[in-house]
Design a protein around this ligand. Sequence first.
Ligand SMILES: C[S@@+](CC[C@H](N)C(=O)[O-])C[C@H]1O[C@@H](n2cnc3c(N)ncnc32)[C@H](O)[C@@H]1O
Length: 313
Amino acid sequence: MAKALFPCLPFVIGGAPSPASGFLSLPLFQRLASPPSTLGAQLRLMADINTNKGVSASVDKIRQFLNSNPSGGWERCWEEGLTPWDLGRPTPILEHLIQTKSIPDGRALVPGCGSGYDVVALASPERCAIGLDISEVAIKKARQIGMLTSIQIRNMSFCGFVIVCTLDGKTKRLILLLTSVFTSSEQLAASSPNGNYCSFLLEDFFTWEPRDLFDLIFDYTFFCAIEPNLRSTWASRMRDLLKPDGELITLIFPIDDHEGGPPYKTSVADYEKVLHPIGFQATSVADNELAVAPRRGREKLGRWRRMTGASAL
Ligand SMILES: C[S@@+](CC[C@H](N)C(=O)[O-])C[C@H]1O[C@@H](n2cnc3c(N)ncnc32)[C@H](O)[C@@H]1O
């Protein structure tokens, strides 16, 4: 069962793929992500789960775990491989925001980070990213994915360094080869999120006390995962964890009218209801054109900031 839901995982964790596959010529994150066929399988699975055609067996099981054991239910889902929310790659709209440099640098937080792809995507020399999750299994997976990113970058630089030390100055072909190794190392470091700038903490979002506040918090499928009666507390935590001029970026999903959860249905009004009273206003709310196919039309990107002078009730 777990293998069917995570067909990409042994591939991700199991070391470098063969250069003959052409895989090594892809940007690092495309290599970490699922091959198209497995991603397709995951998306079909999510389509089953997220449409109103009927509640799938997976969702029933997830809800059963969470209802019978609210504190350990998430861990159980991860242990059983019941993670249909997991894209196996960074969220496309977040990648777009990062590539177009339209999100804050500094310190970023992803609560309920799961496998942590979004955390690694956010991490860079300009932005230190922290992922939080209450599941030990999730945090372990996220750390493996983060570590794989940083090891690959370090290994390539180290490889170049060894060749420099052993060159005797006569082998011009080697010098050319060396230049190429350095170039690809630099390109890789420049174009890839960097595992050296992220960390993953086994913590509860509702009780964790960080030493420093954040410039950016990114929430995707966390708001819809928590009990609706926790939404006001969720909003207060966002306020307390963000710097006064920090930005909260939310992917509002699933916007539909199904009953029960998780995932619980959401709407822009649900966010406004808890964010407006503590001074947050939307700076933009727009359909997410880059949503993965099964979620398209049911997802909006909401960007929020606290307005000075707004009520701080
Ligand atoms: C639906 S999953 C979303 C994971 C990830 N954001 C994604 O899109 O793949 C919700 C995640 O939140 C985590 N979680 C639930 N309650 C939490 C809490 N109080 N603090 C931190 N993480 C929590 C769960 O373990 C789970 O990994």
